[in-house]
Design a protein around this ligand. Sequence first.
Ligand SMILES: [Fe+2]
Ligand SMILES: [Fe+2]
Length: 253
Amino acid sequence: MQNTMVDRVTQDEHSGIKLESSYIFAEQLTAGFSDELPEIRMDELIEVILTVLDARDPYTFSHSLRVTEIAVLIARDMGLHEDRVRMIHEAAYLHDIGKVGIPDRVLNKAGRLTREEMRYMQAHPRIGYNVLSRLPLFKDIAEIVLCHHERWDGLGYPAGMQGEEIPLESRIIAVADAFDAITSDRPYRKGQSLEFGIQEIQRHREDQFGPRVVDHFMNISKKIPKVIDTLSDSTCPNAFDGHDDLMHSRRLL
Ligand SMILES: [Fe+2]
Ligand SMILES: [Fe+2]
């Protein structure tokens, strides 16, 4: 297992926050795994990580399931190859895994974050990248996760990438992510209506998300209520029927 003291003191260049906790988490997660063990299945590993996420932060877990469903609908509407859809599926599940490294007082704070707290929150794509890129199996997914808060107009983070510089997979997840953040309930505020969420995505077509992904989001927007209903029923073992074996792995939980 690779890890060095140099790694442990690395700072996120955007936030300046030390990312020690992400390395410790990555160590724990990948303990006993190595590239020489090809029998490790990605879907099984994702299931383990999601189980950790659910225990640590149930909101982010359920948010990740909804984001995944919406991102896959957009990707399919775009006609992307199934291999790419699958990658989006996996990356969407794990897009906020870096939040395991954010202190609870920041993660669950009701009300506005201070500048310092915001810097912590904005470290989560980098923490997620640090965790996932430990395994070559997750290398491509790690890149997608790293870029899921970049914006079309270059005002996102961590790198301030612009337009098509940002991987398409990350841009798709960004739209699904923003829509769910707007429309879901938090302990400290009620989510907006689905209609409002759709309007907000459309309103930021040119600046935040880029026209292409937003247009496909609009195409699938009528399907979203059904998807969300199905997920809210997810204690039902058949809730994920019709999806691939990754979803099948969720049925086993
Ligand atoms: Fe995020
Ligand atoms: Fe998210």
